[in-house]
Design a protein around this ligand. Sequence first.
Ligand SMILES: Cc1cc2nc3c(=O)[nH]c(=O)nc-3n(C[C@H](O)[C@H](O)[C@H](O)COP(=O)(O)OP(=O)(O)OC[C@H]3O[C@@H](n4cnc5c(N)ncnc54)[C@H](O)[C@@H]3O)c2cc1C
Length: 408
Amino acid sequence: MTPAPAPAPKPRPNAPRIAVVGGGIAGLTFALAAHRAGLVTTVYEKSRQSRDGAAGLQLGPNAVRSLERLGAGPGLRSVSSRPARLDFRHWRDGAALLRVPIRPGYFVRFGAEHHVLLRTDLHELLLGLLPPDTVVHGAPCVGLREGADEVRIAFADGTSAVAEVVVGADGVHSRVAARMHPGRRPRHSGMDAYRAVVPIGAAERAAAVDAVRVWLGTDRHFLCYPVASGRRLNLVLVAPSDAGADPEESRAEPVDAEVVARSLLDWDPAVPALLRSSAELHRRPLFDRDPLPAWSTARTTLIGDAAHPMLPHQAQGACQAIEDAVVLATLLAHGGRSGVSEALRRYAAHRAPRTARVQGESREYGALLHSPAGAELLAGLDADALLDLMAWTYGYDAEEQALATALA
Ligand SMILES: Cc1cc2nc3c(=O)[nH]c(=O)nc-3n(C[C@H](O)[C@H](O)[C@H](O)COP(=O)(O)OP(=O)(O)OC[C@H]3O[C@@H](n4cnc5c(N)ncnc54)[C@H](O)[C@@H]3O)c2cc1C
């Protein structure tokens, strides 16, 4: 992949110095959106290299529209797939419940496509579009001290950095969010996700490359879609947790694929067969949190999972992080150095209601997917009715919304 380098806009003369804690999808997209808006950022990422290799990601039209505008479109198309259909199936025999045309349906309806890809490919694409030295790896933030004019960030090795704005993009177990709201910890949902990326076998190829397939069962579901330009298949099983979860962590741990496949022996045989084909299957507990009462202080704010961790049932966590990134960068660019706290206030006021709705609907959608009524309900819907339900999510234009908020 050779991403197109972002044009180097002139830095804004009175731009605030911005530090981002966390170089995941939220932090890197924010850094790119800020760069394109003439702001200079430094991203401090705790890990030494990008992780989550064995995991895929769906990006809905609301996120793809923003990534295209940030210059990531050609790179995205070179590593992703654009499936033709979303297929809902019955767990027992794989019988079709509902088929939703994604391509060209989403483009026609929402003005952008739906992409599926490896997370690491998106990380590398974003990194490649940033000016060199934007990201400092191996820099775990251990504390923040906010003063009237600046914020000091302390790192685990005893060093520190100073910025006029700090953006907490440090994920579901965010230190920056915990500092703002010490009592509001993420909540384990009682569900775990089992994930793997497997080669696509010849027999699977035709069906696999063209669809996001979801098998609905009572209390669990399984889905798969192509990644790595259609050469591999991303597998996700969401099932009730049989292990506790550390409230401070949601680290993925390896599990025995054969044991997991055996728990689905009465399912459509395609599902346990796919799980068995994985050389490495990882389990990760699923967390979310009720919406926070506030995201911003005068000089610090939150984006992505740090602000609004959500269950993955609508495939919107990273998409909402991308929307946050674009809105925040646009508002900071319009606010200048003197308008930082007002930009952070407007950002939170604009984004919090929308992300709270997505968080709530992701819980509701999970409950529906895992109930006996869910399959019946889907089987009774037509594709247009489902797209009507998704229109407020997929039709959102982050840049347009941010400009309207900035100029209001
Ligand atoms: C099973 C599953 C499937 C999903 N599928 C989808 C999907 O298809 N589509 C979708 O849109 N979303 C999906 N999501 C949600 C998506 O993964 C998250 O919403 C997204 O990764 C959030 O990005 P982020 O950058 O906010 O957080 P993260 O990706 O968690 O990144 C946070 C970064 O901060 C770093 N960090 C943490 N602490 C510190 C610190 N103290 N100092 C410095 N750095 C730190 C971490 O190392 C990490 O790099 C899924 C989630 C799960 C669990």
